[in-house]
Design a protein around this ligand. Sequence first.
Ligand code: 3PG
Length: 403
Amino acid sequence: MSARVLTIEDLDLKGKTVFVRVDINTPIDDSGKLMELSRIEEASITLRDLKESKVVVASHQGRVGRPDYISMEQHAEALNKILGGNVKFVDDICGPTARNEISSLKVGEILLLDNLRFMAEENVEFTPEEASKTIFVQRLYKYFDACVLDAFPTAHRAHPSIIGFSYLLPTCGGRLVVKELKALSRILQVAKAPYTAVLGGAKISDRLEAIEALIKNRRADKVLLCGLIANVFLKATGKINYPLGIKDEEKYITKAVSLMEEYPGVFELPIDVAIDRDGERVEVEVDKLKGESILDIGFKTIDKYSRIIRGSGTVFMSGPAGKFEKAGFNKGTEALLKSMASSLATTIVSGGHLNASLQQLGIKDWIDHVSTAGGALVLYLAGKRLPMIEALERAAERFSNKS
Ligand code: 3PG
C-alpha cells in the first residue's frame, strides 16, 4: 500500500464510540427498492470487526433531485439482516433525536444515521479545516472517540463526513479502504502498456474530468466510449445531430470537441447501437439514427472494442455500456466484460453495476481487481490525490500511537 494509513488495529477502539463513514449508496429500481446489496455487504466487514465498540455509521444515498435520493431505512434493514439484529436506524443526522440515540448506544450496537446528503453541508466541498467547522461535525464530534473511513467509492469528495471528523479525531481506514489500496498498489506495479479505458455510465461531468486525467497520466492510450458519454462524443463529431435531452448538453459537447482535438487517435466511438423498437432490440448504424434513445452499443461496435481489448496490456472498465438493466440491452456490457476476462491483459473493473454483471456471468474471478468504487477509482488510477486518502495520511501522521 503506497499511502500510509492507520488500520483498526492501530487505534484502541474497545468500548469507545466510533463514527464510521461507509458508502452504501445503492442503485434503486422504479419502485424505489434497493436493486442489489454489494456495497452493504462490503461495509458489514468493518462493522463486524467493531463489535466491541459503540458504532455510529453513516453514508450518502443518491444525489439531490434524483429518484435515488432516498432515506437509509432499507439499508438499515439489509444491514440488520446481514449483521444479525444489532442495527438501529434513526431518521435524523445530527438533531436532538440522533444525539439522544448516540448517547444511549451500548457496546455491540450499531446506529445508522439518515442520508447524509439530506443536509446541505454534505453536498458542498470544503477544505479539511472548514469541514471540521461545519454544523454537522461540530454538533457530533464530541460524541465520538474515533473515526473510521471506509467509503472508498466517495474518496474523491471533500465532504464534511469524509474530511471533517478526521481533522479532529484519531482516524483510521476501514477494511474496504485498506483492501482497495493494497490491491491497487499491487496491480499498478504490474500494469503495462498499451492502456485501454472502457468508459460508460451516466455521470457525464465526472467522466469528462476522468478522461482528461487518465490520458494526461498515461493510463489511457485508447478510450472506448459507451453509455451516455458516447452519445455526447457522437454528437460532438456530428454523427448524431438531434438534442440528447441532457442538462448542460452544449457545455459537454464543447468539452468533447476540445478533447478530441487535443488527443487525436485516442477516442473510439460506437459505429452501431441498439434501440428499442416495439419492445425488441434492433441494431442501427449510428448515421441512420433518427432521434431514438440509444440503449446499448451494437454488435459491430462490440466486435471492434473487443479486438482492442484483446490487444491491450491493461484494461480498465467503468460504467455499463448501455441500459443494462433493461432486458436485451445488457449484451454490450456482458460482451465487453467477457472479452476482458478472457484477455491476457491486466484487468480492473469498477462500480456496482459491473460488479453485479460479473457475478451473474460467473467470471468475477477472472478479473484482476474488481472495485465497488466508480468515479473515485477512475481518479485514483489517473493519479489524482483523493481527499479521503489525504485525510487518512494526515491522520496517520498526527495520531499514530496516540489514541
Ligand atoms: C458513487 O457511487 O460513485 C459514489 O457513491 C459517489 O457518488 P457521487 O458521484 O454522487 O458523489
